[in-house]
Design a protein around this ligand. Structure first.
Ligand code: 4AD
Ligand code: MG
Length: 451
């Protein structure tokens, strides 16, 4: 069994003979032997292999190895005399598994731009930066699950194909069988890819108490921005017997927990981002873990923005939705901290949000973070049947179609709340990547879906 390079470097010494599978990053020849830098994706660091000229395939193969070739190396670990590494592998054999023509292999030793790497999404995980993103993303997903499981949340797999448009924004992709006729749709009625698992999570919250769903989400928004994808992943907890206050508490704890976890578990990868992607990243993340989030009502936020000494592209007045420029101004310029904005006007929010006593606002909350803007969107849900029905009528939502959702208010209704954390925006925040296309393996955006 091959050993992962990360394990080898952690153990440092004394593991004796090992086999390593990986890809050559560089080869350097010095007289009678060669140095090979091997990476296997387990960590940022490469393992240095010493291939002696006495190896049987040295002249024929080893001296022809170049970036991208795959190899199986067996040898003995020894203390390295070189600076910057504790161990190196003295090869007893180097088996070449696959060649990579240096004339055509696109990943040469120089630094490539992230834009260029996007055009070769099938090869980019072999680079330091994208490999590091991939590991941090994986660790964040693990930490998210740990967070909820430790708190006795039940994970629910909500459907990807659905007949309800939770956000009511008309951004659904349609799903139809090939050649299906309009009057005999495959699912009996028009279906689409989910824009949110929330409504189904609410069903389960009102049986299991506290649940979360973590899955792919699809939105046909035509916004080619650095923070929008047509396919993204969302974490959506939903809690029965919970109001806006406890919802905000959970979201704050979740963000702090997962960021603390990557600070501890992904030190080497974060250090790379701190050097090459966002200076001060580690300090920024530690700050979020340590500091109290700022709480602000929408009305106060509007006032703050109106008094701002900045010319916004979109003017602000009570009743309009906050734009990314406004969100970023609040979190980056004014508070320099995550900000939770609450109590938005009912008129700009979906039908399911709970109407407050003032009749004008809903118990909504968005969490804004520097560099990103909105990372979390959530609310307390309307649990009163009559109020919910009125809101649906006002929003033009067909009550017949959502009869099952109304049943939840007819039978054992409870105050409940939840939120959605955009997973890619979280990975963006944790890695400092300025474009969301860098933090999902195969980004889907308008006009772009290779592989
Ligand atoms: O604010 P949103 O639209 O909220 C909902 O969908 C609720 N149903 C969630 C809930 O209460 N259960 O989306 C939630 C989060 C946003 O804050 C953002 O982080 C992310 O999802 N998001 C996107 N991420 C990438 N690309 C897009 N197009 C996104 N749209 C939303
Ligand atoms: Mg939102």
């Amino acid at each position: 069994m091959a050993k992962r390079i990360q394990k080898i470097l952690q153990e440092k010494q004394g593991t004796g003979r090992v086999t390593v599978n990986g890809w050559v990053r560089t080869r350097r020849d010095t007289g009678s032997f060669s140095f090979l830098e091997i990476n296997d994706g387990s960590c940022l660091a490469n393992l240095q292999v010493i291939a002696d000229g006495s190896l049987a395939n040295y002249d024929e193969e080893i001296t022809r190895l170049s970036a991208g070739c795959s190899v199986i190396v067996t040898g003995d670990l020894q203390e390295s005399p070189a600076k910057g590494q504790d161990v190196e592998l003295q090869a007893a054999s180097v088996e070449v598994v696959g060649w990579a023509d240096p004339e055509t292999y696109p990943l040469q030793k120089k630094r490539h731009s992230l834009e260029f790497l996007r055009s070769i999404s099938h090869l980019r995980p072999r680079t330091n930066a994208l490999g590091a993103v991939t590991r941090v993303r994986s660790r964040l997903a693990f930490a998210v699950n740990c967070f909820f499981q430790e708190r006795d949340f039940v994970q629910v797999h909500t459907p990807i194909i659905t007949t309800s448009d939770c956000e009511g924004a008309g951004e659904m992709f349609q799903v139809a069988a090939t050649g299906e006729k309009k009057d005999t749709p495959f699912f009996g009625s028009a279906a689409g890819l989910t824009v949110s698992g929330q409504l189904q999570a609410e069903v389960y919250a009102q049986a299991m108490g506290q649940v979360y769903t973590f899955g792919p989400t699809f939105r046909a928004e035509n916004s080619n921005t650095s923070r929008h994808l047509a396919e993204f992943w969302m974490i959506e907890p939903e809690m029965a017997f919970c109001d806006l206050e406890c919802n905000m508490e959970l979201a704050t704890e979740l963000l702090k927990y997962v960021l603390q976890d990557v600070l501890l578990s992904c030190k080497e990868d974060l250090a790379l981002f701190d050097t090459f992607i966002e200076k001060g990243l580690v300090q920024k993340l530690q700050g979020v873990v340590d500091k109290k989030f700022v709480h602000l009502t929408y009305s106060d936020a509007v006032e703050e923005l109106q008094n701002a000494d900045t010319n916004f592209e979109y003017p602000v007045e009570w009743g309009v939705d906050l734009q990314s420029e406004h969100e970023r101004y609040l979190t980056e310029q004014v508070y320099k901290s995550p900000v939770i904005v609450t109590d938005y006007p009912a008129s700009i929010k979906p039908f399911y949000m709970r109407v407050s006593d003032d009749g004008k606002t809903v118990a909504a909350m968005d969490i804004l973070v520097p560099g990103i803007g909105e990372i979390v969107g959530g609310s307390q849900r309307e649990e009163r049947l009559d109020v919910l029905e009125r809101r649906m009528e006002d929003a033009g939502v067909d009550k017949q179609e959502y009869d099952w959702y109304l049943d939840l208010r007819r039978y054992g209704t409870v105050p409940h709340a939840g939120f959605g954390l955009g997973f890619e925006r979280l990975v963006q925040f944790a890695t400092g990547m300025s474009n969301i296309r860098e933090v999902i393996p195969f980004p889907r955006t308008p006009g772009f879906a290779p592989c």
